[in-house]
Every structure is written in structure tokens, then in C-alpha cells.
Design a protein around this ligand. Sequence first.
Ligand code: NAD
Ligand code: UGA
Length: 456
Amino acid sequence: MRVVIIGTGYVGSVTGAGLASAGHDVICTDVNKEKIDAWNGDTPPIIEPGLFELVKKHRGKNLIFTTELTNALNEAEFVFVCVNTPQKENGINKGSFDMRYVDSSARTIAQHVCDGVIIVEKSTVPLRTAEHLTRVLRANMNDKKFAVVSNPEFLAEGTAVEDFLHPDRVLIGTKNEDEWARVKMAELYSWVPKDKLIFPNLWSSELAKLANNLSLVMRLTTINSLTELCEETGADITEVSKVVGMDKRLSQYFLRAGVGFGGSCFRKDVSALIYLMGHYFGADNPYGKLFSAALSLNDHLRTRFVQSIGYYLHSFGSKTIVLLGLSFKPETDDVRDAPAVTIAKYLLEDGARLRIVDPVATKHAKTLFQEYLSQIELFDKPDNVFEGAHAIVVVTEWKQFQDIDFNSAAPKMQKPAWVFDGRNMLDPKKITTAGLNYYGIGRGVFYADLSSPNAK
Ligand code: NAD
Ligand code: UGA
């Protein structure tokens, strides 16, 4: 089947490569020429495990990357809208999604597609977006037949290819009268087991995407809301989380407490729901208040982590800190709303010198920390970074950081030396035996074993 993808970011590129690997003919387009050149070159514009291998396997055969959208549209049976829908920062619908890229895509599609095309909402959008798209298309497509289908994406960065190829479920939300589009969409996803193809109504499908992210956010908020209490009382959040996760009704996943969630989607999708609740039920509605509390709590986790570091270091000025991780989570180079960025800025503002270690994301550091270039050094591995440092701060749980030899790092550091673990990924016992003090969020402090030769 012939598919056009609009937008080759994290979602568009994975969708394009995934559909090509299922045997479809895919043309991926983007307005960003540099991105398209990168997809056609040797270095991909984004890092996602397994993605570039898949792209290279199909590129030039049944997968094409181009900035030329209009020709591609003429032949398309499906057009996937995968453009960004960032949070609207100001103006009339402040807090909701900024829909300008979806809207302009719809207007271009309307000018160039042929009869019988299916327009697929893949981007995360506000409720009833399909209605707006239908109006724009209807007004510009004369009597051509088309359907707008909601097919939201649930992939997570870092596991995107695997998530797309082996999804928990695929939503195909349509209007009742668009049975023909339902059938064609099911054929497009023919590799997905039948019981995982779900056919809700359009509006349920659009809302289900937001509901899914809200549920994940609420779950994280529950466990993160107990971290400070744990530290105050001597409970250990990793033990609490393990117990909760053993309840079959709740499961062990998405219960890792720490410095809070980041990424391009959780904050903006929950903000859009807050906006939506305000729109339907007034500014003072209890739903929006509940969701806003989750976002405030998440901000609080970042500030409090820096306050905790400050409490034990006493001051940041002229201190050297090794910051482990910059991306918002491991296995991605994405730094959008990354806790590490906020935390680094707090530390830099207070005069700390940072050695930032991240396997793939330090390429963003010069733009992110423009005002503080003289205070930062960048590394892609945690080698030769501990000499003279006062503290190690873990913000992203890259598995490489598990292998750090703290016995050899400790003697190089200034005493008393600290490890602040924002992800509870390290074993406190190993750290304290190596002669370092350890602080974990919701775990509290484990002091260095002073009998260790490294502790002095
Ligand atoms: P992204 O910013 O990585 O990519 C979007 C791409 O669209 C960019 O390359 C941009 O240049 C391109 N674009 C914008 N306007 C265009 C136009 N008119 N024509 C052609 N290309 C255009 O965004 P993303 O992370 O891939 O997210 C895309 C959508 O998918 C968002 O709505 C997001 O909420 C949703 N989503 C993202 C994820 C994720 O993990 N990143 C997961 C599920 C859903
Ligand atoms: C998330 C959802 O998991 C996807 O299903 C969804 O499609 C996507 O948002 C989206 O709509 O864009 P993503 O943001 O890529 O995916 O990454 P997650 O794995 O969900 O992690 C989000 C944040 O939560 C990260 O900062 C991560 O460190 C944090 N997290 C996750 C925790 O703090 N603890 C956990 O137990 C799990």
C-alpha cells in the first residue's frame, strides 16, 4: 500500500520505517531539509535503537525521504500526519496544543491528494481535531472521497521501534460511516495480531491517547509523592515501590521514583487536558486542579533534588560536579523537558562547574547552556571525569553508569565526596564501601564507610 508520512521526527520516522518493514511503499517528508538530508546520509538526525538499521535496509527501495510533499501526495492511499504538536505557550488557547503544524499539513493535503485517500491523525491532538480536519478537507477537496482516522501512537522513546512493531494495541478510530477506511487501515496493520486492533469511535480514540499518558503520569505522581515522606521517616521508596508493584492489579512497571518525569509529551498532554477541562467545565473545575497538582509536584521534585544536594554540599560556588545524564531518559538523545537540563541550570546559576556525561545528548549542551559555556565540560563516557570533583549527580539512568568503578573514582575526588542518585539506580552499599557518601531520592543518606582507605 502507498503511504505518505508528514513529519520525520521520533514518531514519523519510526512509523515510516515500521510500515516499510511491513512491505508497504512509504514516502517520508519533512519541511526541515537538514533532517531529510540526514535521513538520506550516514548520520541519522535522531538516536533511537534499531531505527537507522531499519531505515538503511529499506531506504531507496520501499522507503524514500524527501522534502517534496506535493508529488508524493498525488499517489498516496494513506497520509500519516506525524508533525509536532507542542504546548501553546501564549495567546488565546495558552496551555493547549499548538495546532499550527497539523493545520498547515491538512491544507497542503487537501490541495494534492486524490480520491479515496485516508488521512491518519498520528500526532497527539486535542479532542475533536478530526472534526476540524474534516471541515478543512471538505472545503478544499470538492467531491473527492476521503476519511479522517484517529490512530494515536503509544511508542516510548528508547524502545520506539520495538513498541511500533509489537504494540500492546493499535487504535483505529473512525466515524461509523467510514467502514471502508476501517477495513483498509486493518490491512495496513496486517502484521499486528487481530485481537490488538481496536476500533473505537473517533472521539474515544483521540481521548484514549491523552488518557493513557494521564494514567502514566498519575501513577508516577503517586510513587513520587511519597519520596519526601520516606526520607523524613526512614522508609525506603525502592522497597515501598517493590511491594506496590507486586500487586497484580497494579504491576511493577512505571513505579520507579526519582527526580520525576520529563520528555516532550507528558507535560504537554496533561496541560492540554487541563485546558480542555477548563474549556468544558470552567476555570475552577476539580479535574484540572488534580492534574495541575501532578505537574507542580513534578516541578517540585527537580527543585527539591537541587535543594537536597545544596544541603549536603553547603554551597555550589567553585564546586565541581559530575552530572551523569542529560537526555530525559536513557537510550535517547532527546532533551525536551529533561530533568537534567533544569537541574544543571540551577547548579550553574549558583556557580557550580559541571562535567556533563551523556553517551548521545551532549551535542545539545552548547545551545542549552549558552550563558554558562565557561562552567561546563562535556563527555560521552564517565572516564577521566572524577579528578578533583566534589560530587556525582545521577539524573538519567544510562546503564553505562552502573559500571562505574567507584573504588577507583573515590580516591580522585575531594572529601567529603558525595553521590546524589536522582534515579535510585546505584547500590548504596557499593558507594559507601568505596568511601563515598550516598543520597537517594526517597531513600535518604547512607554515609561513607570511614574504615575505607578512600574515605580520607
Ligand atoms: P518531532 O518534533 O520529533 O518531529 C516532528 C517533525 O514534523 C519535525 O521534523 C518537523 O520538522 C516536522 N514538521 C512540522 N511541520 C511540518 C509540515 N507542515 N510538513 C512536514 N513536516 C513538518 O515530534 P515527535 O516527537 O515525533 O512527535 C510528533 C507527534 O507525535 C506529537 O504530536 C507528539 O505528541 C506525538 N507523540 C510523540 C511521541 C514521542 O515519544 N516522541 C510518542 C507518541 C506520540
Ligand atoms: C511516553 C509514554 O510512555 C508513551 O506511551 C507515549 O507514547 C509517549 O510518552 C508520548 O505520548 O509521547 P516517553 O516520554 O518517550 O513515552 O518515555 P517514558 O518511558 O514514558 O518516560 C517518561 C519519563 O518518565 C522519563 O523522564 C522517565 O525517566 C520517567 N519515568 C518513567 C520515571 O521517572 N519512572 C518510571 O518508572 C518510568
